[in-house]
Design a protein around this ligand. Structure first.
Ligand SMILES: Cc1ncc(COP(=O)(O)OP(=O)(O)O)c(N)n1
Ligand code: TZP
Ligand code: MG
Length: 408
């Protein structure tokens, strides 16, 4: 089976702008309905465009938007998002996403600003860019929505031009010095760079609390943390998870919970990591909603494809090398890792027996979609977590810059 990237068509049926300007006449409607909608992967109408395409009354409620999304889906596109930015009496900006089976209400806070010119075009373009990078549809839409929301917030006070509407700043990220003071909502694949996975047994062995272990890993350069507390009692795990959430978020680092969706929900963690015999990722997605991060362990192309269909955000692939941390774990080797990475439509983090001596070899494979390494014992079964995390971080940085030099 071949799961290579295929081109995707994003159709923004531009007819009525946010400001109410009519941008296309009725003659274009037939073209949209008969030509473009059937071949589109996703269409992105606003409320007025959706009712124009359907030839129906104004859409006034989220329930109207759901019905419209379903009817538009019957006209041919694989996915539909009806944008509810103009919905009356709504505190949030609610968009309805429909994949032919399930509806998702994607909410973001309504930014009060006159600088909203071009938001629809930007959303559609950002979806197209994310799909081109290999994302699946729902994550692409979420990233695009978050991008527009953040750009609007960043630009809400800028004063350019004289009209009732102003433009917003698309390149705000380049101006913020890459500083991350707060965690950005949602998933950024580069977070997988140095993935620290805790282990209750190792902390006990070295006489450390989970929170001290997490603090040291973050100080050493961990870019994401997973609490993998196999033996912890539930109430103690929850207390520790809440404390780790605070620590991680104050450093702009996402916190995921291994296996336990209930703990993730109870402490409002950023997401979960599940394996092939845990809660299926599709169910985890339903329980956690569209905004949370979901990682899935995959050893094969088929599992990677399923993870993508199930709405996961990333794949953990391994054991790359033999490990004592997970009993009876099959080693897939560097070749197995490369096979999964090449077939995956999701970003991948390598796991299993990785340490400062072999992490360079893993990253220098420079295989597509590989974003980083996940490590347990090489950080947490050591005397000084801070020193070991710093060492691994330095190795990964060197490997990343060697790869960059090689490819330029
Ligand atoms: C990043 C990452 N990748 C893989 C795993 C393994 O998950 P799973 O297969 O469910 O095994 P357990 O960790 O639950 O024993 C992981 N935890 N993290
Ligand atoms: C949880 C897990 N999943 C695949 S290998 C592994 C263990 C990784 O631990 P270590 O980094 O100590 O080898
Ligand atoms: Mg598991």
């Amino acid at each position: 089976m071949n799961f290579q990237f295929e081109a995707a068509l994003v159709v923004d049926p531009v007819m009525v702008s946010t400001s109410g300007d009519v941008l296309a006449g009725p003659s274009i409607l037939a073209e949209f309905r008969e030509e473009l909608l059937p071949m589109a992967d996703i269409i992105t109408p606003n409320l007025k465009e959706a009712s124009a395409l359907l030839g129906c009354q104004q859409l006034k409620t989220v329930s109207d938007m759901r019905s419209a999304a379903k009817l538009l889906h019957e006209m041919g596109p694989r996915y539909v998002i009806v944008k509810g930015g103009d919905l009356p009496d709504s505190l949030d900006a609610v968009d309805v996403f429909f994949d032919g089976q399930d509806f998702y209400e994607l909410r973001s806070s309504r930014i009060k600003t006159r600088n909203t010119h071009g938001t629809g075009c930007s959303l559609a373009s950002c979806i197209a860019a994310e799909l081109a990078k290999g994302s699946s549809m729902l994550p692409a839409v979420k990233v695009a929505k978050r991008y527009v929301e953040t750009a609007l917030d960043y630009s809400k006070d800028i004063a350019i031009g004289n009209g009732t509407q102003g433009p917003f700043d698309h390149i705000f990220r380049l101006k913020s010095n890459g500083q991350k003071s707060h965690r950005q909502v949602g998933f950024n694949p580069s977070d997988l760079f140095l993935y620290a996975v805790t282990d209750s047994g190792m902390n006990e062995k070295w006489g450390r609390s989970i929170t001290d272990a997490v603090k040291a890993a973050i100080e050493g350069g961990a870019t994401i943390v997973q609490l993998r507390e196999k033996d912890a009692e539930t109430h103690k795990f929850l207390e520790a998870a809440k404390a780790c959430c605070e620590i991680c978020h104050s450093h702009g680092i996402p916190l995921l919970i291994n296996d336990r969706i209930d703990i993730a929900l109870a402490c409002d963690a950023d997401g979960v990591h599940v394996g092939q015999s845990d809660m299926p990722a599709s169910v985890a997605r339903t329980l956690l909603g569209p905004e949370k991060i979901i990682g899935v362990s995959c050893k094969t192309i088929e599992q990677a494809h399923q993870a993508w269909i199930d709405g996961a955000d990333y794949i953990g692939c391994g054991g790359v090398y033999p490990t004592n941390t997970k009993a009876n774990n099959l080693t897939v080797g560097l070749e197995g890792l490369k096979t999964v990475c090449k077939a995956s439509k999701l970003p991948v983090v390598a796991i299993g027996g990785i340490n400062a001596s072999n992490a360079g070899s893993v990253m220098e494979t420079a295989v597509q979609n590989l974003k980083g390494v996940a490590v347990v014992s090489a950080l947490f079964d050591r005397e000084c977590i801070l020193t070991e995390t710093r060492k691994l971080h330095a190795v990964l940085k060197t490997a990343a810059s060697m790869t960059l030099q090689r490819t330029h």
